[in-house]
Design a protein around this ligand. Structure first.
Ligand SMILES: [Zn+2]
Length: 319
């Protein structure tokens, strides 16, 4: 009789208590099937998986799970993750209205150097380790709680570009980085990023290599010593807009790309036979700074305040 009672108690615990514990450990507000169903309840987007060379049509909210995972650490503040979800959704929706020359059959690709990074939730779970369930729920809920929301400007979906860290205490004007004028991508203050990983970096290049690279960019450059490195014009965001080298003008973006710098926010100096770049920040500097968004969230700002700070004059709505 006593054995039967113990058995019944064990079955009750297994049937009711354990699933509840697992559920709350995941931090979710709905069960897994409900979450999966909600993520599937969206229009499809065509995604070119560049590593596998194939195009897949998938629900946009499912695609966003992979983008948010790849683009922002899941350990970030929840409101920063929600801001990231809305920015990534806006970017994807904007791209759906364009024909892309590099992958005409797909709206977006998974190559971060071209569109946005993508890493499936399942792949992330290996690196998340013991936090896997918690982080998965955090990402999924950030997407579900902002489901369908995009950033608009004058009623049109905005090209909500973003970057990791602003190097000069401000974001960049899109006009200074890519030319053209996008009214919602203008320079705004961005703070709280100096302590983030990789904010400060440096690259040292032997002078001869520096010279050869510069000449490969522009054969008219005449370069015999570091004295031939001249005036720098900075952008409003603090990046190098143009720099005179060997009598020729180069953009900060060209120099960043040629020497593999983490951003165009750099100083340049000579050290013996070497040229040294000291760099702050990471990325192109336009739109939302991800580490800046996290700093704002830590100060108590919600995702709407974060987005309205980084994208000037926008609305957040379902369209
Ligand atoms: Zn692409």
């Amino acid at each position: 009789m006593k054995k039967t009672a113990v058995l019944i108690l064990f079955c009750l615990i297994s049937a009711f208590v354990l699933p509840v514990c697992v559920f709350y450990a995941r931090g979710g507000s709905a069960n897994d099937n409900e979450i999966a169903e909600k993520l599937r309840m969206s229009e499809n987007i065509s995604v070119f998986f560049h590593n596998e060379n194939k195009t897949v049509s998938m629900p946009i909210e499912e695609y966003l799970c992979g983008v948010v995972c790849a683009e922002m650490p899941a350990s970030f503040e929840y409101e920063a993750l929600k801001a990231q979800a809305v920015a990534a959704r806006s970017y994807a929706r904007y791209k759906q209205n364009e024909i892309n020359a590099q992958h005409p059959e797909a709206s977006v690709c998974t190559d971060y150097t071209h569109c946005k990074a993508y890493k499936a939730l399942e792949e992330n779970e290996k690196s998340w380790g013991k936090d896997s369930e918690k982080y998965r729920a955090k990402i999924e809920n950030a997407i579900i709680e902002t489901q369908g929301e995009v950033i608009t400007y004058n009623g049109e979906v905005a090209l909500a570009v973003f970057h990791s860290q602003s190097g000069g205490g401000r974001t960049e004007n899109s006009a200074d980085v890519w030319g053209g004028n996008v009214p919602y991508l203008v320079s705004v203050e961005s703070h709280g990023e100096e302590a983030s990983p990789g904010f400060y970096s440096d690259v040292t290049v032997p002078f001869e290599n520096f010279k050869n690279t510069i000449i490969s960019l522009n054969p008219k450059a005449s370069l015999t010593s570091s004295n031939d490195i001249g005036q720098i014009v900075k952008s409003e965001g603090g990046a190098v807009k143009t720099i005179q080298i060997g009598g020729q003008e180069f953009s900060g973006k060209e120099i960043r790309s040629a020497f593999g710098l983490r951003s165009s926010c750099f100083t340049i100096s000579s050290e013996g036979d070497n040229i040294r770049f000291e760099v702050t920040g990471y990325g192109h500097g336009v739109g939302m700074s991800q580490y800046g968004a996290n700093a704002m969230a830590k100060e108590g700002c919600d995702y709407r305040e974060i987005l309205k700070h980084y994208y000037s004059g926008i609305e957040i709505e379902c369209v």
